[in-house]
Each structure stands twice: as C-alpha cells, then as structure tokens.
Design a protein around this ligand. Structure first.
Ligand SMILES: Cc1cc2nc3c(=O)[nH]c(=O)nc-3n(C[C@H](O)[C@H](O)[C@H](O)COP(=O)(O)OP(=O)(O)OC[C@H]3O[C@@H](n4cnc5c(N)ncnc54)[C@H](O)[C@@H]3O)c2cc1C
Length: 509
C-alpha cells in the first residue's frame, strides 16, 4: 500500500490556477461514498467527495444500526451476502470498538410461527458460516419466569440467543470521512452536484453555487438518489435498476432492564427488532414498503408507527401504544432491482455498474448494507483501478477509525482513564464520550479539570467544547447535525435547549 500523504489532494495547476483533476470525484457522503473515499485516499489517489447536505443525512443515519449477517436473508438463500456480512462484523468491530459493540439478540420461539428446529438450524448456519471468533455462540434460553422473559407475553416460554453487532451508523460515516481526509481527501459537505459532463476525457462537475471541479473518474454513490444523479446530473437516459424500499423505526422509553435485543417474527413473515438504545430507550423497527417519490420526503406516518406498536405488542405483557413513542424516523433502501417478487425478497447485495459511454468512467453504486460498506468500497476501487494510474493494491482498511485505537473489550478502561484525568465527569458522561469519541475524548476535553472549563453548558452533558469539536473536526453545521447525527442528544434536550444549540451554530458560521 502506498503511503497516504497530503500529496493526494488535487493541487492547483501553476499555469492556469485551476485545480488539477482529481483521480476520483465521489457524489454522496453516505456510508458507501465515505467508505470509497477512505479506500481511495489510503491507496494514494487524489479524491474529492461532494455531499449535498450533511454527511449521513440520507439512508446511512436511518438504518437499524446493525453490523449483521441478516438471519432472515438465509431464507432467501443469500448465502454469499450473509457469509461476507458475518465475516465483516468482527473486522469492523475491531476497527471501531468505540462506536460498535457486540449485542446479544433473543429470538423467542412463537408457537404457530417458524418451528424451533428451523430457528435452531438457521442459527447453526449463522454461527458457523462467517468465521466467528470474538462473538459468543448461539444458545437456547428459557424465557418463562426467567430474567430474559421480563415484560414478555406469557405464551413465550423459550427461545434462542445469538450474536450480532451494534454500530452508530452516522458516526461511522463521519469517521470514514475523517480518515479519508487525514489521508488527503477533500470532503465537501453542503455541496450538491448539479451537473457532470465529459470534456476532453475528464469529468467537469458543477456544484450548486457554481464551483467547477474536474476528475478522471466519477463515482455515483448517491444511495436512493442514484437514479436521479444518473439522469439529472450525468445526463444518462438508461433507467436505473433501482428499487426504493422505505423502512421505519420508532423509539420508546426502555422496555427491559436487561441488555439484550429482541428479534421478533411477524405473522406476515416479516422480522422486527427491539433494541436497547441510548441507555434509556428502546429502538423498534423496521418494516418495509415500496417508496415512491423523493427519498428525502420519507417519514414514519402515524399508521406505520401504529403498525410497529402492534407488531411489538404481540410479544409483550403490556402493549406499546403510539402515545409511548418519543421519536420516529424513516429511511429508504436503495436496493438493486433483481426482479424479485417482493420488496422483502429483493437482494440486499451491492451491484457496481461501470459506464464508459460518455468517454470517461462513471461507476454507479446500487444497493448494499452498512455491514458491507468496506467490501463494497474495495470492490469499487478494484473496478476503477484499470482506469487510473497504477496503485499499490488494496488499502488496509482494517486499521482503526479515528478514536478506535484500543481493544474491543477496552471501553471500561477508557472510561476509567478519562474519569481519572477529568474528575468532574460522572460514569454516564464519560461513557457517552468514550462511545462517541474513543481515545479522542481526551483531546476533546483538553486539560479541563472542571466542568466550567468546557465552556457553555447546553444541557444533557453537551458543552461548548464538544460542539466546537463537532464543528471543527466533524463538519457539523447545524443543531440537527449535532443532535441527531453526531450524537442523539436530541432525545434529551428541551425545545429551548435545541434553539440555543441552533443559535450557537448560527453565530460560528
Ligand atoms: C430502515 C433501514 C434499515 C437498515 N438497517 C440496516 C442495518 O441494520 N444494517 C445494515 O447493514 N444495513 C442496513 N440498512 C441499509 C443501509 O442503511 C444502506 O444500504 C446504506 O446506508 C446506503 O448508503 P449509501 O451511502 O448508499 O446511501 P445514503 O446514505 O443515502 O447516501 C447517499 C448520499 O448522497 C447524497 N446525494 C444525493 N444526491 C446528491 C447530489 N446530487 N450531490 C451530492 N450529494 C448527493 C445524499 O444527500 C446522501 O447523503 C438499512 C436501510 C434502511 C432504509
């Protein structure tokens, strides 16, 4: 792998003053765009990433937030995808032990739905297909009268417990962008690409506001907007083989005191999860329906939220009602249309399509999961390699993301060290900082020995020092960026406190 240095930034041509063309211009700052930027920059290529709004503002902050193989996909014989995803879980966990952690899932056996032998067989495959080393194996569990049965309906007497991995999806994207930037990539947020045309063998890419950039190759990683970029930006007429599927989540106050998630089967064949979320909450989702229209307009409607309440209540002693919902969100999967009969059966695998019809290379990214973003990114660069100057081969993207340079079981030690250096931190505050910033939490806090040294207090342990960090290092430019993507403190702040955060951003702009 070539050493990644700042030389990989496109530099100005001394004769014309114009930026030299980048090797790669990536449209879209979701997990796939940011992952491709990291892989390319670490290969020593010059990279520009243009994101229309904030990093991860599209699907990549609206997922169920799991690095998972997808137990359900076994039923659709997606063995290649499941195997690759299962193997990725542990690679990714080691590279980001701050924002990702092992999670145990309890799958109750529901009389009348899939039989116990089928669940056992599926979980046996799930345990053994992907080279599991860190994560504990599946086991049978008793629910009736046992701690894991807390809050569950009495007809649920037994089940299975298996492993997957939780990840903070929005921070995953931002940290990939930071790693790419450290290796020389230019990351442009709030930079919508409005047109891309080939002139003399190079892509001329125009941003909203008039800035023009040039690149040897173009990557369309616009997620659910991949078709809109193909037609509206790149002027290609071929219809994109895209299937947009909307998924919704609701968040309620914490349903269980144990730390397990639940995997719930619906009578309609669907599966939903109830996952411990941000210490005091439970995340419930997702369901899937075909999405029409602009993906940015996707919402979780009252009817959809009520469906999720009914779904989860089937398993509970005390039902969840719409009045219990404290937050909800929706996201749109940009699935590759493989001609499957239903949205649930459509492949979750990624497809990379290389288009050279305009005299310069355009790579379109379809589908994928957050779990496979690293593999997708490597495959994307392998597709582009013959069209670029020789590189030293695939980058080592198993190395830690910023702040992730500590062992997978080292969170408690990080929290203890942080509290020793900053005695005013309580366990919950230190834990939150380590889970968001890892080893970089120490740099964020600097030499602060008192709470007051961190500047203004916005509530729920959010201080000016943290907002400064998000603004200067993480591209946060609004209260929403800070409170719903860089953190989930939006769940805890009052309307007045949110307004103060918004005013802070307006003042530092
Ligand atoms: C409900 C739901 C649950 C999911 N759960 C999981 C899960 O638990 N595990 C898992 O592995 N996967 C999961 N997925 C799948 C995963 O979230 C997606 O595959 C992934 O986030 C897609 O990333 P992306 O980068 O392709 O798209 P996006 O994240 O949408 O990024 C595309 C970006 O392109 C930008 N853009 C669009 N047009 C332009 C333009 N003209 N100029 C500049 N920028 C532009 C957008 O603003 C956007 O930020 C889930 C998906 C959904 C919907």
């Amino acid at each position: 792998m070539p050493a990644a240095t700042a030389r990989s930034q496109p530099v100005a041509d001394p004769a014309t003053g114009e930026d030299a063309p980048a090797d790669l211009l990536i449209i879209g700052g979701g997990v796939n765009g940011a992952g491709i930027a990291r892989e390319a920059a670490l290969r020593g290529l010059s990279v520009v990433l243009a994101e229309a709004g904030d990093l991860a503002q599209g699907t990549s902050s609206s997922s169920t937030k799991l690095f998972h193989g997808g137990l359900r996909y076994l039923e659709h014989f997606a063995f290649r995808l499941v195997r690759e995803s299962l193997a990725e879980r542990e690679v990714l966990l080691r590279a980001m032990p701050h924002i990702a952690w092992p999670l145990r899932f309890v799958l109750p056996h529901h009389p009348g739905l899939r039989p116990a032998w089928m669940l056992r067989a599926g979980l046996f495959l799930y345990d053994h297909m992907g080279g599991r080393r860190l994560l504990p194996a599946t086991r049978a569990v008793t629910l009736a009268g046992a701690p894991l049965g807390e809050g569950l309906a009495p007809h649920l007497r037994r089940g299975f417990e298996y492993s997957d991995v939780w990840v903070d999806d929005a921070r995953l994207v931002m940290l990939n962008a930071r790693s790419a930037q450290a290796a020389g990539a230019r990351i442009l947020t709030r930079s919508r690409v409005v047109s891309a045309r080939v002139e003399a063998g190079l892509w001329e890419v125009r941003l909203e506001g008039g800035t023009c950039l040039r690149a040897r190759t173009l990557v369309n990683a616009a997620g659910p907007w991949v078709g809109a970029v193909l037609a509206g930006v790149a002027g290609r007429n071929a219809p994109a083989r895209l299937r947009l599927v909307r998924g919704r989540h609701i968040i309620v106050r914490r349903l269980f005191t144990h730390d397990r998630a639940l995997t719930l089967q619906g009578g309609d064949g669907r599966v939903a999860f109830a996952i411990p979320y941000e210490q005091d909450f439970t995340l419930i989702g997702t369901t899937e329906v075909a999405h029409e229209g602009d993906p940015a307009a996707a919402t979780c409607t009252d009817e959809e939220a009520a469906y999720l309440c009914r779904f989860v209540s089937d398993y509970l002693a005390r039902p969840v009602t719409p009045a219990d919902i404290v937050w909800r969100y929706a996201g749109v999967r940009p699935l590759y249309d493989d001609g499957a009969r239903s949205d649930t059966q459509a492949t979750r695998d990624y497809v990379l399509h290389l288009d050279q019809g305009q005299g310069a290379v355009l790579l379109n990214v379809f589908g994928g999961k957050i779990t496979t973003y690293r593999r997708l990114s490597r495959a994307a660069l392998d597709h582009l390699a013959p069209h670029l100057a020789p590189q030293g081969g695939a980058a080592d993207t198993t190395t830690p993301l910023p702040g992730g340079d500590f062992p997978v079981d080292g969170v408690a030690a990080q929290v203890a060290a942080l509290r020793a250096a900053h005695p005013f931190l309580d366990a919950a505050w230190a834990g939150r900082l380590v889970r968001a910033y890892g080893t970089e939490a120490a740099a964020l806090l600097g030499g602060a020995r008192t709470r007051a040294a961190l500047g203004r207090d916005f509530g729920a342990t959010l201080t000016e020092a943290e907002l400064d960090w998000m603004h200067s290092r993480e591209w946060a430019r609004s209260a929403e960026d800070a409170l719903w993507r860089r953190s989930k403190l939006g769940l805890r702040l009052s309307t007045g406190q949110v307004a103060q955060v918004a005013q802070w951003f307006a003042a530092v702009r």
